[in-house]
Ligand binder design. Structure first.
Ligand SMILES: O=C(O)CCC(=O)C(=O)O
Length: 320
C-alpha cells in the first residue's frame, strides 16, 4: 500500500497518522475474539460484562490477583508480548501492506521489529488515566530506546503502531495525542529534563501555545501510527460499557537497531513459541525480525540443511 503525498505530509508535520483499511474484517474479527478470550478468562467481552457487571467488588478481587504487567492485555490478560502464541494475532504482522507503510514512514526498506504487545483497556476495571485532563502526558521512546529525543525525530526515533480491531469512538477512551509535539521537545526538555529515553510533562497547560491534544478515533482495520517522540496521554472512558483493544507493533530503521531494543521481558528468539512462529511465517516477516533477505549469501546449501533441522516445517523454497 503506497501512502499518498498528503498522508506523508501529515506524518512529517504531525508525527501521527491513522491509515484506514489496512486490515480486512476477516483479519481483525478473529484477532479481536482471540484477544478478548485472552483478556477475559476465556470469555468474549459481552460474556464478561454479563458475568461481572453486577458484582464490581468480586471482579476487582479476582483481577487484582493477575500480574500488573499482564493486565496490559486486559484484566485477566495472559499472553501479552509478541509472539503471543495467539496465531491469528501474531499473523497480523504478515500483512505486507502494513509492513510497506512502516517502511515508508521510516523512509527505508530495511525495517526491524522492536517490540509487539497486546493492549486492552475496558470500562469496568480501567484506572489507566490521570486525575486531571492536563496530567499524564509523556513520550513512549524509553520503552525501546535509552537515547534522549534528538531534534531529527525521523532519523533517531522509532514508530509505534496500533492495529485497530474494533471501531474506537470518542466515548471509548481514544488516546489523546499532541500532533507536531515530536518536533517541539526542545522546549519541554529545557523545563522538564527527561530520563534516559523518556520524557514526561507534569502540566500540559504550560505548553498550551502548541500542545493541543486530539483523540485518536479510528475504524476497525485501520492502523494508528505514531512517533516514539510524540506526546500523548490516556483519558478515561466516557462510556464505561466499552473496551479498547489493539495489537501494537513497534518498528525502527535497521540502522537504529543498536539502541531500539525493548526494555520489556519478551519471549527470547530461542523460545519454542518464537521458533514455531519463525518457522511458519513469511520471508518478509523474518526479514523484519532480522534474518537476511532471500538471495543473501548466507543461504548456502549447507545452511539451508541446518535451517531445515533447526526450524522443522519451515518452507525453504524462497531461500534456494
Ligand atoms: O491508553 C492510552 O490511550 C494511552 C496509553 C499510554 O499512554 C501509553 O501506552 O504510553
Amino acid at each position: 500500500m503506497k501512502l499518498t503525498a498528503e498522508q506523508l505530509i501529515t506524518w512529517k508535520r504531525d508525527g501521527t497518522l491513522v491509515v484506514p483499511n489496512v486490515f480486512s474484517h476477516e483479519q481483525v474479527a478473529p484477532a479481536l475474539e482471540a484477544i478478548e478470550r485472552n483478556a477475559y478468562d476465556g470469555l468474549t467481552y459481552a460474556e464478561y460484562r454479563a458475568k461481572w457487571d453486577e458484582q464490581p467488588e468480586a471482579l476487582q478481587r479476582a483481577y487484582e490477583k493477575n500480574d500488573v504487567m499482564q493486565q496490559l492485555a486486559g484484566p485477566f490478560g495472559k499472553a501479552l508480548h509478541f509472539p503471543t502464541g495467539l496465531e491469528v494475532v501474531d499473523k497480523l504482522l504478515e500483512n505486507e501492506a502494513y509492513l510497506a507503510i512502516a517502511q515508508q514512514l521510516l523512509d527505508t526498506e530495511e525495517i526491524r521489529l522492536g517490540y509487539g504487545q497486546i493492549f486492552v483497556r475496558e470500562g469496568l476495571t480501567d484506572t489507566r488515566y490521570s486525575e486531571h485532563p492536563w496530567q499524564g502526558y509523556h513520550i513512549d521512546n524509553a520503552t525501546n530506546s535509552p537515547l534522549p529525543p534528538h531534534p531529527d525525530w525521523q532519523r533517531y526515533g522509532y514508530i509505534l503502531s496500533g492495529i485497530i480491531l474494533h471501531d474506537i469512538d470518542p466515548d471509548g477512551a481514544p488516546m489523546l495525542v499532541c500532533p507536531g509535539s515530536q518536533n517541539r521537545l526542545d522546549t519541554v526538555w529545557e523545563k522538564h529534563p527527561g530520563s534516559a529515553g523518556g520524557l514526561g510533562i507534569p502540566d500540559l497547560r504550560e505548553f498550551e501555545a502548541w500542545a493541543k491534544p486530539v483523540p485518536i478515533t479510528a475504524k476497525a482495520g485501520s492502523v494508528a501510527f505514531r512517533s516514539s517522540y510524540l506526546i500523548h496521554a490516556a483519558q478515561p472512558f466516557a462510556n464505561r460499557s466499552k473496551q479498547r483493544a489493539w495489537m501494537g507493533y513497534h518498528f525502527h530503521r535497521a540502522d537504529n537497531a543498536d539502541w531500539c531494543k525493548t526494555t520489556r521481558p519478551v519471549p527470547g528468539w530461542s523460545s519454542p513459541l518464537y521458533m514455531k512462529f519463525v518457522a511458519q511465517t513469511t520471508p518478509a516477516v523474518r526479514r523484519v525480525l532480522g534474518w537476511p533477505a532471500p538471495g543473501d549469501a548466507y543461504y548456502a546449501p549447507q545452511a539451508l540443511e541446518r535451517l531445515a533441522q533447526a526450524y522443522p516445517g519451515m518452507h525453504l523454497e524462497p531461500y534456494r
